[in-house]
Ligand binder design. Sequence first.
Ligand code: ATP
Ligand code: MG
Length: 482
Amino acid sequence: MQHFSPEELKDKVSTPMFQLIGQVADELGMECYVIGGYVRDLLMNRPSKDIDVVVKGSGIAIAEAVKARIGHGAHLSVFRNFGTAQLKWKGQEVEFVGARRESYTHDSRKPIVEDGTLEDDQNRRDFTINALAICLNHDRLGELVDPFGGVMDIEDGIIATPLDPDITFSDDPLRMMRCVRFATTLHFQIEEETFEALGRNRERLKIVSAERIIVELNKIMMSDQPSRGFVELQRSGLLELILPEVAALDVVETKNGRSHKNNFYHTLEVLDNVARLSDNLYLRWAALLHDIGKPLCKRWEPLVGWTFHNHNYLGAKLIPPLFRRLKLPLDERMKYVKKLVDLHMRPIAIADDIVTDSAVRRLLFEAGNDIDDLMTLCEADITSRNETKKRNFLNNFKLVRIKLKDIEEKDRIRNFQPPVDGEEIMHLFGLTPCREVGVLKTELKDGILDGKIPNEHDPALAFVIQRAKELFQLEVKETPAS
Ligand code: ATP
Ligand code: MG
């Protein structure tokens, strides 16, 4: 971490915004501090968006006075119920609040709030590194108030609660998720007592809404190395409550001296691999969930060893209920994850064999526009320690990619629409909707995907006419439009 002298800190909070706030606070005779995440990020030289200001007195009163001083350039929103006010000025957002003391009841994350001192306000914060405050009043401008050794914890890379972690976590169990999230995004270690309290209080997570949990989980997902978070969630027992499907992958069974790999750690490797290649949140979700079907179909087959037949299909079936439970979106993003989980073995199966045009065409047809993401997932999925094996796979993958490109250019399969559709078939033979039409459509699709006929109207029409005659003795009634 960067070391700042008191003078440098004073400089850091000498922006026009902070100067104005300090001046207004002095005039109102209020103690005034910038506090929390903003101070942490400032000391760590990280970019920070929102500024939290806490005063001894009314947060709304000072916000209104600051707004009056700026005039038209600023926008103020007041939340009387919460005793807070938010000021937007020059692209910055400042939240004003009076210093408060909080106490909790057992069944709710919502505290009973009373006016308090700065110390009370720091006591209610979640972590030592989030409890730092810098004074904005003129006489003490830049003075750091750090009652819990937050600066030291930033230097040492430690997440610890300011008070007894059992109380901090039990009061507001969302803090357990935030704990793992900060450890992940900042690459910090969770202090031992704090970590143990995660396990002891894990059941308290039940009073936290799925919406709040998923926000933290997605932040873990979007970090540069999400595995860090999932390892901590698993070690603390939280993962079992949130994502039992993933927690269940953490087993190794041995039979006749043969073990299968630990699919939890394999999954995390795949997730980190994908995270290195893509910022697409849902591609990362697909990576996390790609093997969740495995525990459902694991078998020991005497002549083969451990098998996981159909795990991709079974895994895909688990996606909709899982998304619903976690309050993840149920729209095309869910379908995308489901599809990737379902298809994640296909490129490997193709690469394992002679890469035929027809296999590639079928893959392209099923994956459509998600083909590139599917290939990314599949390459990330090759975590073998055997370098020769790995190289062979990756080389075959290159071949698959080249073929994909060739075939896409030649046949335009990606957004495949058969060149002769059901309407035309019915018209041609004077049919109403019936089984024969369906059969002919499938025949045509397979013919094109297998490369028997080109993906063009006239050859497709000739093929349909021929198959109709062979299969159903149907003759053309109408002259086909060409
Ligand atoms: P980021 O904005 O990067 O997510 P942050 O630390 O700024 O991190 P916010 O949610 O913006 O997090 O909250 C601002 C500050 O409010 C925190 O730094 C912390 O001091 C306090 N805080 C937020 N949520 C909690 C909570 N659940 N329990 C205790 N303190 C909290
Ligand atoms: Mg913040």
